[in-house]
Design a protein around this ligand. Structure first.
Ligand code: NAD
Length: 369
């Protein structure tokens, strides 16, 4: 790639990020005032603290219904967000959403092993589906969800919010544009010390340990920074089974991904150490994001031709949560396919299963298309 082209790619990234309008992200310019109605299923921590408060910052999305097994939560959040009794559902009443025309999209924010069931039931009720990551507990479940939405003619999107976050978007543009030369290596690390006694540590509900929950950010980043699918996976797991947190799920997994272009990604997933970041390393330097995927506070540093400098973007018009909600709404309004459709969740799950297989069998696993 010529220097001129590289400069042009960089210019586009900074300019669009500064204006708050980025390709693939919803813009307020859509020629309709209709807001797409969301039902949120599962009123836990992520739903109530990160998602529901951010409908207020959306141009095309609004919260219209709640689904929970806890009547006091329906009462509390129903009152807080002005959701009438007719739009509050228990899990047993869930299928009645079919008769509610105000609900366009069902946002599934439940423990991982419940994603497939509620996504399929939402599709069968004729609703579009936004589902949290990891998409499900297995490749087979992901395929079932995709098939159900295809059959119902409804859209399916996965909650990969980092794809709507400006620093991650700039990192993708710079990495794929060869800003520090062709990418040779990616390092990506995600982990946190997990607290005991929660569904994430129960394999029946989580589908797996740190890899499903937090390591998926390292994997997803390696895939979006290259724009490629890995062809080979090699993984090593380290879990202290005497630690009561890790009776049924893994703690740490280190995994190496080999991509068709020759890029190698060295990744870490952990439930017992604190890190969040990645680095794209090319022939002329590196692009670093640390932290890379938290709710706020991304910090970018670039080292190029021997010079290390921070890269700072202005605050976005919409944060990553509102941008994600608006993107799905815009897809419903325009008929477009979501940027992070079900196939994206399936692609991660295929690699996660290969990572588990590699770690269990202590061998390299090849991935075929
Ligand atoms: P949480 O434990 O805070 O909430 C889970 C909710 O599911 C609770 O309201 C609980 O009552 C309900 N629930 C229904 N049936 C249940 C059952 N059988 N067992 C346990 N709980 C049940 O969890 P969370 O942190 O909100 O995570 C929910 C989903 O959101 C997960 O898939 C998680 O991976 C995802 N998540 C995504 C992000 C992100 O940044 N994209 C962040 C956090 C969580």
């Amino acid at each position: 790639m010529s220097t001129g082209t590289r400069r042009e790619v960089l210019g586009i990234g900074v300019g669009l990020a500064a204006s708050g309008i980025m390709p693939g992200l919803s813009s307020p310019a859509l020629a309709t005032t209709r807001k797409i109605g969301y039902a949120v299923v599962g009123l836990g921590s992520y739903a109530t603290r990160q998602i529901m408060p951010n409908f207020g910052g959306c141009d095309h999305a609004r919260l219209v219904a709640l689904v929970s097994g806890t009547p006091s939560k329906l009462e509390k959040y129903g009152a807080e967000y002005g959701i009438p009794q007719t739009h509050r559902y228990s899990y047993a009443q869930f299928d009645r959403i079919r008769d509610n025309p105000d609900i366009d999209v069902v946002y599934v924010i439940l423990p991982n092993s419940l994603h497939a069931e509620y996504a399929v039931r939402a599709a069968q009720a004729g609703k579009h589906v936004l589902c949290e990551k990891p998409m499900a507990s297995s490749v087979a479940e992901c395929q079932t969800m995709i098939a159900a939405c295809r059959k119902a003619g409804t859209k399916l999107m996965i909650g990969y919010r980092s794809r709507f976050e400006p620093y991650n978007r700039l990192a993708i543009e710079l990495a794929r544009g060869g800003h520090v030369g062709p990418t040779r290596l990616i390092t990506a690390e995600h982990g946190f010390p997990i607290k005991p006694d929660q569904w994430r540590l129960d394999k029946a509900l989580s589908g797996g340990g740190s890899m499903m929950d937090i390591g998926i950010y390292s994997l997803n980043a390696a895939r979006y920074l290259t724009g490629e699918e890995p062809v080979e996976v090699s993984a090593v797991e380290s879990t202290d089974r005497a630690d009561p947190r890790f009776r049924s799920v893994e703690d740490r997994i280190s995994f190496v991904l080999r991509f068709p272009s020759g890029v190698q990604a060295n990744c870490i997933s952990s439930y017992s150490s604190a890190h969040n970041g990645y680095r794209v390393i090319g022939t002329q330097g590196w692009i670093g994001l640390e932290p890379a995927t938290p709710y706020t506070g991304q910090t970018m540093t670039i080292r190029k031709d021997g010079v290390t400098a921070p890269r700072t973007l202005p605050p976005p018009v919409r944060n990553q949560f509102a941008a994600q909600l608006d993107h799905m709404a815009e897809c419903v309004l325009t008929g477009a396919t979501p940027m992070v459709a079900g196939e994206e969740g399936l692609a991660d799950m295929r690699v996660i299963e290969a990572i588990y297989r590699s770690a269990a069998e202590r061998r390299t696993v090849e991935l075929t298309a």
